[in-house]
Design a protein around this ligand. Sequence first.
Ligand SMILES: [Zn+2]
Length: 98
Amino acid sequence: MPRNNRPRRRAGDDEEDNDLGRLLAGWKRVEHRRDGDWNVQPVSVVSATKEYLCPGCGLTVTPGTAHLVTWRADGVLGDSADLAARRHWHTHCWKIGA
Ligand SMILES: [Zn+2]
């Protein structure tokens, strides 16, 4: 009897890749602000499944809240490092923080 050794996939890695791929593939815009250029991408209600700390007000962005994710667009550290350092903002906090 031949043995059926299927390669195992590491679910954690796949999740991370999908997350990154979704961010890169999704709709986003670049905003020019005092502190540089920023990629700004909306996160929909269904995509917001975790808690984040909003850098604008210091309060929690609760799961199920549509918000914005931002990362630098001037490429100082490179795209992947910038993406890894992305921040999640309440939509109104990002707007008034300009
Ligand atoms: Zn906030």
